[in-house]
Design a protein around this ligand. Sequence first.
Ligand code: CA
Length: 460
Amino acid sequence: MAVGARLLMAVFGSALASAGAQSASRPNIIYIMSDDHAAHAISAYGSRVNQTPNIDRLAREGALLTNVFATNSICTPCRAAILTGQYSHVNGVTMFNRFDSNRLTVARLLQQGGYYTGIIGKWHLGSDPQGFDTWNILPGQGSYWNPIFYSAASETTYTGRYTTDVITDLGIAFIRNRPRNKPFFLMLHHKAPHRNWQPDSAHAAHFHDRWIPEPETFWDDYQTRTDALHENEQRISRNITNSDLKLEPPPGLTPAERSAWLNTSPDSVVVEHDGKPVTLKGDELTRWKYQRYMQDYLATVQSVDDNIGRLLAYLDSAGLARNTIVIYTSDQGFFLGDHGLFDKRFMYEESLRMPFLVRWPGRIKPGIKIDAMALNVDFAPTFLDAAGLPPNAQMQGRSLLPVLRGRAPTDWRTAMYYRYYHDPGHHNTRQHYGIRTMTHKLIYFGRKISGSCTTCGTIP
Ligand code: CA
């Protein structure tokens, strides 16, 4: 090609991008995010507890990032950080406060830049979505079965249906019904595998006959640990509840008594062993609680994995795989018995680290593993960059595209800032902040804030 022709194309390309004009070559973006799916429950990340062949397909055909971190490991703040590209103290969502949808979001910028935009599934930001041509969201946490979905115009109940399946159905319908003259941006947000881990019928017994390995730190005795860990209430041994364990309340309880019973952690459980009743207590009971917790958690993950397979198959059959970026991630990590815990919040690795896999045929080398440090505030700038739109100065993250192409800029970050604010809050987790480099981490736990949690009406 002559130099003159190359120059002409470069100028033409830049004019397209700056005007935000429609371009058939601009990629579609499907951002799939589950809720509380730890990287160490994905086989591509070396899981010892399950197999996720469909999520693994994204690793084979795209990039797997090993050091992607949440900046405030809790559902609602993570969602706000991802939408805005800003840390919690800038976007205003430090805990479970309502997100002001009038704020800058990547969805609005993509919409203004010529994309057809949609969000389906868990929103959990209190306000109605803005910047989306289509939205179909669960109220609050939503439910695993018989879900209600709200759109701008209607409310629909899917009786007899499992939410993970419905979210995928609605996602495929969004793609099928999209206007053909625009690229699309779809945020597909699964509820699973969030507490209280209700599997679908096909997977309910999938792990029942398996012994799930306990993590190396399962019996951490906290001898050298911070007071914040001792006082915390997300221990499998003493905080996982009868409801979490799917135990049936005794008969004859009043509704209030029944609710209190379900929210209590049992100190003994009778199980059947070789046809005889056996009472479990102490460490034996803790082991049993871990198995029950993980059986259901992992079963809900299998449904997510199946549904990702279904979506990828649809993209193949519709001829969309080539020009569509597909991302799989979770809003944060999760403790799977690590340090004897469930849930998230702490700046410890299992909670801090997010899975992140991305496929972009022809642009990202298949099977590449990337160790550069990335943050949830980088996602929005990345989407803008992939769409050929200019960066937004209000966003605090950086586009990951150079990193995804295997060429991290020389000034790429080597440290990240974290802050957890929800104190007093669920699980009695103490406020803390910290810094993590590629090799070290320093966490400062503030004094426990007294008082009662005012935003703890629902399970986060
Ligand atoms: Ca979450």
